[in-house]
Design a protein around this ligand. Structure first.
Ligand SMILES: [Mg+2]
Length: 386
């Protein structure tokens, strides 16, 4: 079996209601979808983001992939990784490009063998995966009515936890906003905050202390993403557990955070970390240091399928006779923001049932891509053939 064709589709879709976080304001959603086709007709799907990743896939990777056997994922991964490494392109858009290829290769391996991804990874250690609702972003209307209604809707839907944004307002205003959410959902739900790197160390320590009384389960990306010492200072200076890692691009980005325990919870994203292959190894390293791994997921059904299958295989951390989500069981991010790509690209979108999602059981990723949606949302397509 050989890789015969590589296609990429840069997708963009408007959304009905814009939303914001500390670093940006979304008025549309986008994704880069990658499709590998073998000479036997098997199609593997992957995903990352951004036009530069599209260039890497076709201009750098295509000559290294076309005509090669897709079944040796390890050899291809390292070959592609090191093709970029000397030029310092293995992170960023290069790391995203590699991630999308890796995910597509695993999809091909599953479809070729008739096995779901979770079985290729050695099988699940749980029969469903706990998820938390990511939403509660900043909106054009600064009032709390919409925010509170959204938070209460997650409680009614059965989520055990949810995550909101901080870092977009003053510290005092953000604390008041988080307090409004806590007041609306009661004390029995987990609540997490995400600054998306908006703070200096001193400001992060300040807001961490002020949030202490609101029973915040984790404080995500308090400071700039690669500042290990900054994380350690924030960890020592305030009481909240720290989470981070959504922009790690490989084991080398993750290494010091894990070894030095600069975080309490690791959150790699399979779109960036190097796909399923590298995520699995980084997750094992994090587990060895006692760090829970709760995947960051902000993509389409391709990423949701890959991330559920991975999460299903993570050991409880720490081990317990009756492991519980948030305490020992991993909890995967389940994005609730407006995103027609996420909702429409697969024939059947993923849905949570009382805070859990089912593990895909079809071959490979276990999803069917609706190619009419792919063509409709595509703003730039590229193709490479052998
Ligand atoms: Mg985040």
């Amino acid at each position: 079996m050989k890789i015969d064709r590589i296609e990429t589709f840069l997708l963009e879709s408007p959304i009905d209601e814009p939303f914001g976080w500390s670093q940006g304001w979304a008025e549309s959603r986008s994704a880069l979808i990658c499709k590998l086709t073998t000479d036997t007709g098997i199609e593997g799907w992957g995903e990352c983001s951004g036009a530069p990743s599209q260039s890497v896939i076709h201009d750098c990777f295509a000559p290294l992939l076309l005509g090669r056997d897709p079944s040796n994922i390890n050899a291809l991964w390292h070959h592609l990784h090191h093709s970029l490494h000397n030029d310092n392109l293995a992170g960023g858009f290069g790391g995203g490009a590699l991630s999308s290829i890796d995910i597509a290769l695993w999809d091909i391996a599953g479809k070729g063998s008739g096995k779901p991804l979770v079985d290729l990874l050695g099988g699940p250690v749980r029969d469903r995966v706990a998820v938390y609702a990511t939403g509660l972003y900043y909106r054009e209307d600064p009032g709390y009515a919409q925010l509170i209604a959204e938070a209460q809707s997650y409680v009614e839907d059965g989520y055990k936890g949810m995550k909101t944004k901080i870092g977009g307002l003053s510290v005092a205003e953000d604390v008041e906003r988080v307090a409004a959410i806590r007041g609306a959902i009661g004390d029995s739900r987990f609540l997490m905050v995400d600054a998306n790197k908006a703070y200096s160390v001193s400001t992060a320590i300040d807001i961490g202390k002020r949030l202490e009384g609101l029973n915040i389960h984790w404080f995500e990306e308090p400071v700039i993403a690669n500042d290990v010492d900054g994380y350690l200072k924030v960890k020592a200076g305030q009481p909240l557990a720290l989470a981070g890692g959504e922009v790690w691009y490989n084991r080398f980005d993750a290494r010091d955070f894990i070894v030095r325990r600069a975080i309490d919870i690791a959150q790699p994203d399979a779109r960036f970390i190097g796909g399923i292959s590298e995520f699995r190894d980084v997750a094992a390293s994090a587990n060895a240091m006692g760090l829970q791994v709760n995947p960051h997921v902000w993509g389409s059904s391709i990423m949701i399928a890959a991330s559920i299958s991975l999460t299903a295989t993570f050991a409880p951390c720490p081990y317990a006779r009756t492991p519980r989500p948030y305490a020992q069981e991993p909890v995967m991010e389940f994005d609730q923001t407006p995103n027609p790509i996420r909702n429409d690209l697969a024939s059947q979108p993923f849905e949570a049932n009382k805070g859990y999602v089912a593990i895909p059981d079809g071959p490979g990723l276990g999803i069917q891509i609706d190619e009419t949606v792919l063509e409709r949302l595509c703003i730039h397509k590229r193709e490479s053939r052998s």
